[in-house]
Design a protein around this ligand. Structure first.
Ligand SMILES: [Zn+2]
Length: 203
């Protein structure tokens, strides 16, 4: 069975140690960090879970590789094959088991990366959730909107987990300072329902 591009492998784990580090712009003057942090550990104002890209070991079918998920979202890549999910006209394909979430302003958002037109029929066959029913969309573009993250709470110099997986918008500054991001959430611009026929044609 084909392993989707975003699936995590058990040989991709990178051991790390979280720490609190002084940071002048942070609300409390400190933020979540690594013991040996480098600037690329942060993106969109939040610390990211370190996850390798080797695809070594065995697939962890239910887990998403953080680095590949973020890459799919930033570059409109298909979560199944890792190639572009955009059409010739630039619209990007999505298949979803449930309708996307909505921001306070009603804008649709999701943490599920696109699926290219070629891979949609296979995704529908292989994924039990999509088999039960799904919607196919195209979007004109995406914009980073939030993260799925763990939030920590500093207690007496130690770090305790406050929430395991929470969706947070990128303007939740204070919570982001204590968060470890695992997936990028994007806003879907000009979302339009689409129909994919058995022959792969679109209407
Ligand atoms: Zn694909």
């Amino acid at each position: 069975m084909r392993v989707p591009y975003i699936t995590a492998y058990d040989g991709e784990d990178i051991p790390y140690q979280l720490a609190l580090a002084p940071h002048a712009e942070a609300t409390d003057g400190q933020r979540l960090s690594y013991v040996n942090a480098v600037p690329t550990d942060w993106m969109f104002g939040v610390l990211w879970h370190r996850h390798g890209l080797s695809r070594a070991g065995n697939p962890e079918w239910k887990l998403v590789n953080t680095s590949r998920q973020r890459r799919c979202m930033r570059r409109n890549l298909c979560q199944v094959c890792g190639q572009s999910a955009a059409d010739e006209d630039g619209r990007v394909w999505w298949v979803m088991a449930e309708p996307p979430g909505r921001s306070a302003l009603g804008e649709p958002f999701t943490n599920a990366p696109p699926t290219c037109r070629t891979c949609i029929p296979m995704a529908q066959r292989l994924c039990p959730r999509l088999r039960e029913g799904c919607q196919v969309f195209t979007v004109r573009g995406v914009e980073p909107y939030g993260v799925v993250a763990e939030i920590f709470r500093p207690v007496g110099g130690k770090l305790l987990i406050r929430d395991t997986t929470t969706e947070m918008p990128l303007d939740a500054f204070r919570d982001l300072e204590y968060s470890l991001a695992r997936q990028l959430i994007v806003k879907l611009e000009h979302l339009r329902p689409a129909i994919l026929t058995a022959t792969g044609e679109t209407r």
